[in-house]
Design a protein around this ligand. Structure first.
Ligand code: 2AM
Ligand code: CA
Ligand code: CA
Ligand code: CA
Length: 266
């Protein structure tokens, strides 16, 4: 149903990914948004511009929006949602763990997800009802059934109050899983759950544009997304647990011991 949109999205995200990769050694201006923990580069803006303008030309009836658009989004009826560089901090430090994450929402549901990881030559993508793929090959969840054999992944929140809440949870899970990683790109973290590298990705303090493409992909392979308080995930959620259902109950049994409050959208 969305084949034209998926193929255009794949084409332009890969072009933008190549440019981002080439420019990583010569980024230019790095500006603080709210402070040194929250920065934006000319590459974030340039990538967003290129992708959204291309989509606007081909699909003029669609709404297009990106993290750097500078205004809120409320209409998810036929809407492209872009995170032009997910993992900007890694990107400016020369690390390969960053991605371009593009989702297309139809009637409030993310139905296309594209996550490009140019450093590794990996493009993850999905269309609702057609499965999820990594470079044309179908991907699957892992078969690990035991939390103690699970590789969990997270993103550290920037905000002091969220750190205070989540650090004891990290400590608790470190003792009950195989290991815990923070890779610095929420989109990649969820794509890695969808392809079986991680059993779960969870984070306190993310937005829909960080995770929408990953949500589409993960649901396609039978994965689940919820808020950290186990309630359903939606566009206004500010936390996410993206997981392999085989360990879902075990992980929530541990998370629920902490009664972690869902952050208020700001
Ligand atoms: P960004 O690089 O696009 O800003 C890092 O923990 C991951 O979480 C990145 O994907 C980062 O996206 C995202 N993120 C978004 N908001 C965040 C926040 N308030 N604190 C920490 N990470 C955040
Ligand atoms: Ca950002
Ligand atoms: Ca992001
Ligand atoms: Ca970003």
């Amino acid at each position: 149903m969305f084949k034209d949109r998926l193929s255009k999205a794949l084409e332009i995200v890969k072009v933008a990914g190549k440019i981002a990769q080439e420019r990583q050694q010569s980024i230019g201006l790095i500006e603080d948004k709210t402070g040194p923990m929250d920065v934006v580069t000319d590459i974030d803006r340039g990538t967003q511009d290129l992708i959204l303008k291309t989509l606007e030309k081909d699909f003029p009836e669609d709404i297009t929006w990106g993290e750097e658009s500078g205004y809120p989004l409320s209409d998810f009826s036929s809407t492209w949602v872009l995170d032009p560089i997910d993992g900007t901090t890694n990107y400016i430090h020369g690390l390969p763990l960053y991605s371009i994450s593009l989702a297309y929402y139809y009637q409030g549901v993310p139905v296309i997800g594209v996550i490009d990881s140019p450093s590794f030559g990996e493009t993850f993508y999905s269309e609702r009802g057609s499965g999820a793929y990594l470079n044309e090959n179908p991907i699957h969840l892992s078969e690990v059934k035991d939390l103690r054999r699970s590789l969990l992944s997270t993103g550290f929140p920037h905000e002091q109050n969220r750190c205070d809440i989540i650090i004891p949870v990290y400590h608790h899970l470190l003792c009950r899983s195989q290991a815990l990683r923070a890779i610095g790109s929420a989109a990649l973290g969820i794509a890695y759950v969808a392809c079986g590298r991680f059993e779960a990705y969870f984070q306190l303090g993310v937005s829909f544009y960080d995770v929408a493409a990953g949500v589409c992909m993960l649901e396609e392979v039978g994965g689940k997304v919820q808020q950290i308080n186990e309630k359903p995930w939606g566009t206004s959620s500010r936390s996410i647990v993206a997981l392999n259902p085989l360990i879902g109950q075990q992980l929530f049994d541990e998370l629920n011991r902490f009664q972690i409050p869902e952050p208020v959208y700001s």
